[in-house]
Structures are given as structure tokens and as C-alpha cells.
Unconditional design. Structure first.
Length: 148
């Protein structure tokens, strides 16, 4: 179900990521569309300067029956892994792909000696929060901001 992303798959995924991340920046931080797109592009380039070959960054494709149903990007550290982006494509949501991908990732990480998986979920994304809670993730804090 999970496999390493190939170089040709990076650009199409990046477009999806940039659109989602720009919308997250707009919705949660009040950026206008132009600033949100610029910030998202800058962040992606800073964290993934070498695309799929960037050290410590793991980009995966979620497949079901040889069809791409989503993407999972995580950063591997010595003691844990941090999910940077997790997307099940809209036509495939609600079919268990997210749960299976997380379970497969946990098993793979445990096999490598990693026993902690972290992430951030936006406050305006109850569907994602519900998935993570169903997979036994615990709230460890809150991101907060104030605009004035």
C-alpha cells in the first residue's frame, strides 16, 4: 500500500501540497491568496530542496489496487518521525485508506526502532482529527496565534 514516491510523481504531488498548504495558511493565519501561495512555495523549497532525494524526508505514495489514492510525507529523526503532510485524495476518503496507511507506517517505523509518530492537525480539519484520534494519537498541545 505504501511505496516510495518516484521523481516523476514529485511535481504532481507538489502541486496538490502547495494548494492545500496555501489554503491552510490562508484559513488559519489570515494570509491573502498571493502571500499564502508564496509562503507555501518558499516552505516547500526550504524543506525539500532535493525533492524525493532530500535527506531525512520520506515521500510515499498510498496505493490501492495499483491506483494512487493518496500521499504521505514524513521527516525521520533519530528518536521519532513527524508527519509533514498526509493526504487521501477526495474520491478515496472514508474507505479506510488513511487508517491502513498509518498502520503500515507505524509497523515500518517500529521495524526501524522508531516508536513515536508526531504530527500537527489544523483546528479547522475535524475529519483529520477524527482519523488521528481513531488511530490512538493523543493531543500534546495546541498551536495558537493572535492577529491584531
Amino acid at each position: 500500500m505504501l511505496r516510495k514516491m518516484s521523481e516523476p510523481e514529485f511535481a504532481p504531488w507538489a502541486q496538490l501540497f502547495l494548494a492545500d498548504y496555501a489554503e491552510d495558511l490562508r484559513a488559519n493565519y489570515g494570509f491573502d491568496a498571493l502571500r499564502a501561495q508564496a509562503e507555501a512555495q518558499q516552505a516547500l523549497q526550504a524543506v525539500l530542496p532535493h525533492g524525493v532525494e532530500t535527506e531525512r524526508q520520506v515521500l510515499l505514495v498510498i496505493e490501492s489496487r495499483h491506483e494512487v489514492v493518496g500521499y504521505l510525507w514524513y521527516q525521520r529523526n533519530e528518536a521519532n518521525a513527524f508527519i509533514m503532510d498526509f493526504l487521501v485524495l477526495p474520491p478515496f476518503r472514508g474507505a479506510g485508506h488513511g487508517r491502513r496507511a498509518l498502520a503500515e507506517l507505524e509497523a515500518a517505523l517500529a521495524g526501524e526502532g522508531i516508536h513515536e509518530l508526531r504530527l500537527r492537525v489544523a483546528a479547522d480539519n475535524p475529519r483529520a482529527r477524527q482519523l488521528y484520534e481513531a488511530c490512538d494519537f493523543q493531543v500534546t498541545g495546541y498551536n495558537m496565534n493572535k492577529r491584531f
